[in-house]
Design a protein around this ligand. Structure first.
Ligand code: PMP
Length: 387
């Protein structure tokens, strides 16, 4: 049975979103900067999308800057804030389990002379607030903690993290790519900057946004004609932005019901797999996790081998973040939980979404034990009693 459970890597575009986008390719194709009707139409569509995205997170329209996706949003927010407010201090604090884009941005900031500190997480993937408090000092310009981790699903105590940053006069950014549309998020929780992505809410790929709190600025890295309030120059991707706006509106209306439905499926999947397979363990927090995420590790075998066997059965899952799938390094997220190399390698990430039904979950629960057993039988590490 075709079973797609890798929504953290890519999601289908909602057909209602696609419909909303269609006229903006070949009919209403104007540039919002132009002074004639096609330009006015494009400007109206851009304004409407900005309103829709702002409304999803309780922001004002003028606080939304459209980008090409979450990676660009993280670059703009984190580098842009650190550089714009360098006079406030040169320390930047992130968590150990940020997305690879933020991790690599922090390395770039180190090269630029900033002092980057990584706040550790506990064995369930929750940022240690005590340690965070110790790392944030009066020389800290920015704290960046993700709202939730797409790989292990852990939802972070970001309101408290934001407060810790603000207590020291630092700014607070959250990468909400994995969390938005799954858990309620509102900028009144204390965010100065926030990263959003369109595809993660069933919008098109290649579009994202940054929330920039009114009164704050960022040093732009895309220099040009001054679009998006001067923060992101370049003619706007109107079809994509319209798609993101529509996706934001739909997810805002439908999120509550869908999150409840997915959490039931997620728990059934976790329970079913852990019960059916000896020496299988849940990675991440048992309750503080995204409604669509199950990350499970299996001793003695490699995640990639399981993926290929499952793929033959029509099941699409992941062994970690798709963004670093080609590196063969064990996931930095799982390593941060304290897992050994070999433990981190034997993990599977299931991320559920709209197309998943109970039958899909049952199919995975039925298929997985045989696959794991067969691979364990081939592994020299497997103890005899599990063969
Ligand atoms: N941040 C987080 C938390 C993510 O999960 C991802 C990947 N979906 C990104 C950033 C990067 O997104 P993109 O590849 O769309 O730029």
């Amino acid at each position: 049975m075709e079973t797609y459970m890798d929504h953290a890597a890519a999601r289908p575009v909602d057909l209602r979103v696609l419909e909303a986008m269609k006229p903006h390719f070949s009919e209403s194709y104007g540039n919002p900067a132009s002074f004639y009707s096609k330009g006015f139409e494009a400007l109206k569509a851009l304004n409407e999308a900005r309103r829709q995205v702002a409304s999803l997170i309780g922001a004002q329209d003028s606080e939304i800057v459209f980008t090409s996706g979450a990676t660009e949003s993280n670059n703009l927010a984190v580098i842009g804030a650190a550089q714009r407010y360098r006079k406030r201090g040169t320390r930047v604090v992130i968590s150990e389990i940020e997305h690879i884009s933020v991790i690599n941005i922090s390395k770039e900031l180190t090269r630029q002379g900033y002092e980057v500190k990584n706040a550790p997480v506990d064995s369930e993937g929750i940022v240690d607030l005590e340690q965070l408090r110790e790392l944030v000092n009066d020389d800290t310009v920015l704290v960046s903690i993700m709202a939730a981790n797409g790989e292990i699903g852990t939802v972070q105590p970001i309101e408290q993290a934001a407060k810790i940053a603000h207590d020291h006069g630092a700014l607070f950014h959250t990468d909400a790519t994995a969390a938005v549309g799954q858990i309620p998020l509102d900028v009144s929780m204390g965010f100065d900057f926030m990263t959003l992505s369109s595809n993660d809410i069933y919008g098109p790929k290649g579009v994202g946004a940054v929330y920039v709190k009114k009164g704050l600025r960022l040093k732009p890295h895309m220099i040009g004609g001054g679009q998006e309030g001067g923060l992101r120059s370049g003619s706007e991707n109107i079809p994509g932005i319209v798609g993101m706006g529509k996706a934001a509106e739909l997810i805002g209306d439908e999120m509550g019901e869908e999150a409840k439905r997915l959490a039931v499926l997620r728990d059934k999947l976790i329970e079913g797999v852990l019960k059916a397979i000896p020496e299988s363990y849940l990675n991440g927090h048992p309750t503080e996790r995204l409604p669509n995420n199950a990350n499970i590790r299996f001793s003695y075998i490699e995640g990639e081998a399981i993926l290929l066997s499952l793929s033959d059965l029509g099941i699409s899952v992941s062994s970690g973040s798709a963004c670093v799938a080609k590196t063969l390094e064990p996931s930095h997220v799982l390593r941060a939980l304290g897992l050994k190399h070999e433990e981190a390698h034997g993990s599977l990430v299931f991320t559920l979404g709209k197309s998943n039904r109970e039958e899909n979950v049952e199919y995975v629960i039925q298929s997985l034990p045989g696959v794991v057993k067969r691979l364990r039988a081939m592994s020299p590490l497997t103890p005899k009693e599990l063969m």
